[in-house]
Ligand binder design. Structure first.
Ligand SMILES: Cc1cc2nc3c(=O)[nH]c(=O)nc-3n(C[C@H](O)[C@H](O)[C@H](O)COP(=O)(O)OP(=O)(O)OC[C@H]3O[C@@H](n4cnc5c(N)ncnc54)[C@H](O)[C@@H]3O)c2cc1C
Ligand SMILES: Cc1cc2nc3c(=O)[nH]c(=O)nc-3n(C[C@H](O)[C@H](O)[C@H](O)COP(=O)(O)O)c2cc1C
Length: 799
């Protein structure tokens, strides 16, 4: 804390900023604005706080709001009176019901509390009145610059369409991402007993409902549809009429009631300013403009499917009020508020983004059976996982495990999978991890050590790193190749050496690096710089990888024919060297990847232009390799399913590429993304590439490998059980711990055939006891409380 020592009030509480921040204007009496006003006044009663609200005191908008236990703890400590008032009104339950394809599945142990949004506002309004906050209803706020001149601080809690944000775009630098799904907030007098997801298929597509109880008589009922379903259902025509502020689109409400009648049991849908809207994710580069600060929806929004809008606004209010008391100056208080809240908000927004994208693309999953669909839905934001669902409700996860074809309790990653004629003992792959230790283009001693280590480490399949099909196809001057007899013999010796200690299947990745060739091995920053004296590069078009990279030659027909022949010859050598699996590198901006992407292929001949032409060379290569690679041995292709740059490969194209590769004989697709152009902007984060594995899997019916930041076994289990992919590739985590897979088995107390320890290491197959393992805890409760029930349903009659 940076508070100066002489600045404490009677209670010893830091009292610095209140001296300078005496007059505060709050724009907006939503939950965020009201809660901030109450807390800021409670902490420093001498402050003058005025709240401007354009609507009337008793105008009611919205329905129920949901809270998690975490937020409630914060509210309980910050203001017990508010907490007592809102808790008295809570509907509480722990179940999530998923209604899909005429069936229902229930997952318990979650913990929800909800109340009427208007009651929440009334309680906060009452608290503000007790504390003598000046509340001005039906009073639009004066222009923000005028307020900023008159008050020490202006808190803009003016909602998702914030006028304050729009007044100073140069400071806030907003990014408004409007999504394509349409949704409508409604209530119903059917009182659901649990959080209820309804997913219904119609001839026009899918409708989904997010419903939850919030009182003894009402539930929130949000209807949502992807843009194409919404159009085909005819909602556009119903919604065409211009609506006045506060008016509802009654024709659409009636149609929703008809379509969803089977879930309403004769109850009504109750509109309140209800109309189709598109969700906008609000982000701002800064939340501050001089003495003006954004709070709640004005600063950020998170899709309603993870129920966080009101919760985030209240947490912001708490953090801002605290910062004003904790920090010595207004500037530090606002900076401290933003620094504290931004990481929390961004983490919530990442989860919300994954969740909204899941619902936008729900049609991809509606072929799944109810159990896996339910599991997929619950794990969509990546916050809920196999492990924590199992801890909350083991019976639910056992049922999904069984539906996945395994015995309950066998973690999904330790189930076998047949690929071609090859039986993999589990679902974990060590992806290609180049070692850059081959100045002579031969596999090195380090390659041998790495592949042996990984083969002993428990994964079901280990793939050797990129290996060039020709000298000019090397990415770096320290990459191995497979274009000559002596290289084939060296790989053969390496495979034999690994085989001597392990029967783990081994694969090799073949590549031609194209315009990404002729670099030095990557430095500590992961970037390989162009060699001063490299070799001539070929590419679909004469476009350099980056500024400072050499300009490649546009490959001619003779060169392209040679590339196909080189791949086929190297594949034959790989088969003779004893590899069980072959992977072709059609991703990461290497030669075949740059033929696929519209950003790197500008050709006008039969190898460029529409996707069918851009696919021509990759398909020629795949067909030639398929013809020589032994039939039973799996042939994989790695792709970059997104370029993460405007104008790059679209989702539809990624699906079409997958289908074309399936048609040309690929047995499975290893779905990566990016590295196609240097100006890419990937949204790195846990499992960020996994949705593409799911997309390609749904489009092709082929097994897919998900890869990228899947580092925890819990994530691996979740991806597999949800049916997002059939295999998970875990790269860097296997460099951190070559025995990652076996350690994942030990952590999960699993000892089945999918997790086989090397016999000489068997004594080490249990996790070593920790430093406090011999400490035994005494009994500290006279009577132990029974554990809470897994299933708790909302009933107004229960306490
Ligand atoms: C139609 C609708 C229904 C919703 N229903 C629910 C629901 O049932 N449950 C739920 O959890 N979330 C609901 N939400 C989302 C939820 O309202 C927000 O996430 C949450 O309220 C954010 O709180 P806030 O205080 O930041 O902003 P808001 O609650 O949006 O409050 C902003 C306030 O600022 C006022 N305002 C704006 N401009 C001015 C101005 N110039 N002068 C004076 N006042 C101004 C507005 O009238 C409004 O009262 C709903 C949103 C909408 C749009
Ligand atoms: C040191 C290193 C070398 C790599 N070499 C290759 C390679 O040769 N071919 C390839 O397609 N990907 C290569 N990759 C990418 C990985 O296969 C994998 O896609 C990536 O690391 C993401 O997975 P992770 O988050 O589990 O590490 C390499 C990654 C690392 C860290």
């Amino acid at each position: 804390m940076t508070t100066a020592p002489d600045r404490t009030d009677r209670t010893g509480r830091p009292d610095a900023a209140p001296r300078t921040v005496r007059r505060i204007a709050v724009i907006g009496a939503g939950p965020g604005g009201l809660y901030f006003a109450a807390l800021a006044k409670q902490l420093a009663p001498e402050r003058d706080i005025t709240v401007f609200e354009r609507d009337g005191r008793d105008d009611e908008f919205g329905f129920g709001v949901v809270f998690s236990d975490e937020t409630l703890d914060g509210i309980a400590r910050a203001d017990p009176r508010v907490f007592a008032a809102i808790s008295a009104e809570f509907a509480r339950w722990s179940d999530i019901d998923i209604r899909y394809a005429g069936e229902v599945r229930t997952s318990g142990g979650h913990g929800f509390a909800a109340l009427d949004r208007n009651r929440l506002r009334a309680i906060l309004r009452q608290r503000c009145a007790e504390l003598a906050v000046d509340l001005r209803y039906r009073t639009p706020a004066p222009p923000v610059d005028r307020l900023a001149a008159e008050y020490d601080l202006v808190v803009a809690a003016d909602g998702i369409r914030s006028g304050t944000r729009a007044a100073h775009p140069e400071s806030f630098r907003p990014d408004l991402d409007e999504r394509h799904c349409r949704y409508m907030w409604l209530a119903t007098d059917k009182v659901f007993e649990a959080f209820t997801f309804i997913v219904e298929r119609y001839d026009f597509g899918v409708l989904q409902v997010h419903a939850y109880p919030y009182s003894a008589t009402r539930s929130t009922f949000i209807v949502e549809a992807a843009a194409d379903s919404w159009h085909r259902a005819g909602f556009e025509a119903l919604a065409a009429r211009e609506l006045a502020r506060g008016e509802s689109d009654l024709a659409s409400v009636r149609r929703c009631a008809d379509l969803l009648a089977g879930h309403l049991d004769g109850h009504r849908l109750i509109p309140n300013a209800s109309r189709w809207i598109r969700f906008t994710t609000v982000r701002n580069a800064s939340w501050r403009h001089r003495n003006v600060v954004l709070l709640g929806d004005a600063a950020h929004s998170a899709h309603f499917s993870i129920g966080s809008g009101t919760k985030l606004a209240l947490e912001d209010a708490l953090a801002l009020a605290a910062a004003l008391s904790e920090q010595p100056t207004l500037e530090e208080a606002l900076a401290g508020y933003e620094a504290e809240r931004r990481p929390v908000v961004e983490s919530t927004q990442r989860a919300a983004q994954a969740s909204l994208e899941w619902f936008e693309t729900i049609g991809r999953r509606t072929g799944q059976g109810i159990d896996r669909f339910a599991f997929n839905l619950l794990t969509r934001s990546r916050r809920v996982t196999y492990g924590n669902l199992r801890a909350r409700d083991p019976a639910f996860v056992d049922a999904v495990d069984t539906a996945f074809g395994g015995s309950p309790g066998v973690p999904p990653m330790f189930r076998p999978l047949k690929l071609g004629a090859l039986e993999l003992r589990n679902r974990v792959v060590v992806p290609p991890l180049a070692t850059f230790t081959s100045p002579d283009a031969l596999p090195s001693g380090f390659d041998r050590a790495q592949l042996t280590g990984h083969a002993l480490g428990g994964a079901g399949l280990v793939i050797a790193g990129m290996t060039a099909v020709s000298p000019e196809g090397r990415a770096t001057d320290r990459c191995p190749g497979l274009w000559a007899d002596h290289q084939e013999a060296a790989w053969r010796r390496l495979v034999d050496a690994v085989r001597a200690v392990s029967d783990t299947p081994l694969g090799i990745q073949l590549t031609h690096a194209g315009r990404r060739g002729a670099t030095a091995a990557p430095g500590p920053d992961g970037i390989g710089r162009p060699l001063a004296e490299g070799w001539p590069l070929i590419a679909p078009s004469a476009l350099p990888w980056d500024t400072g990279s050499p300009v490649p030659h546009e490959a001619n027909d003779i060169q392209l024919t040679a590339v196909t022949a080189d791949f086929a010859a190297a594949a034959e050598r790989a088969a003779r060297a004893g590899f069980d699996v072959l992977e072709l590198q059609f991703g990461h901006g290497h030669l075949l990847s740059s033929f696929l992407s519209p950003l790197t292929n500008r050709r006008t001949d039969r190898y460029g232009g529409p996707l069918a032409h851009r696919l021509r060379l990759p398909l020629e290569v795949l067909t030639a390799v398929r013809a020589v690679w032994p039939a039973g041995r799996p042939l994989l292709v790695r792709i970059s399913a997104s370029d993460w740059a405007p104008g790059g490969t679209t989702e539809e194209e990624a699906a079409a590429i997958g289908r074309a590769l399936a048609g040309a004989g690929a047995d499975a697709l290893d779905v990566s993304t990016g590295e196609v152009v240097a100006h890419q902007r990937p949204p790195y984060g846990r499992g960020y590439q996994t949705p593409f594995a799911e997309l390609v899997r749904a489009a092709t019916g082929l097994p897919t490998i998900a890869v990228g930041a899947i580092s925890g076994f819990d994530d691996a289990d979740s991806v597999l059980l949800a049916g997002r992919a059939d295999l998970v590739a875990v790269g860097r985590a296997h460099l951190y711990d070559p025995l990652w897979t076996l350690h994942a088995a030990a952590e999960q107390n699993h000892t089945g055939p999918g997790a086989r320890w090397p016999e000489p290491w068997r004594a080490g197959s249990r996790k070593p006891p920790g430093p406090n393992a011999d400490r035994v805890a005494p009994r500290l409760h006279l009577l132990r409380e029974p554990p809470p029930p897994v299933h708790r349903r909302w009933s107004p009659d229960l306490p």
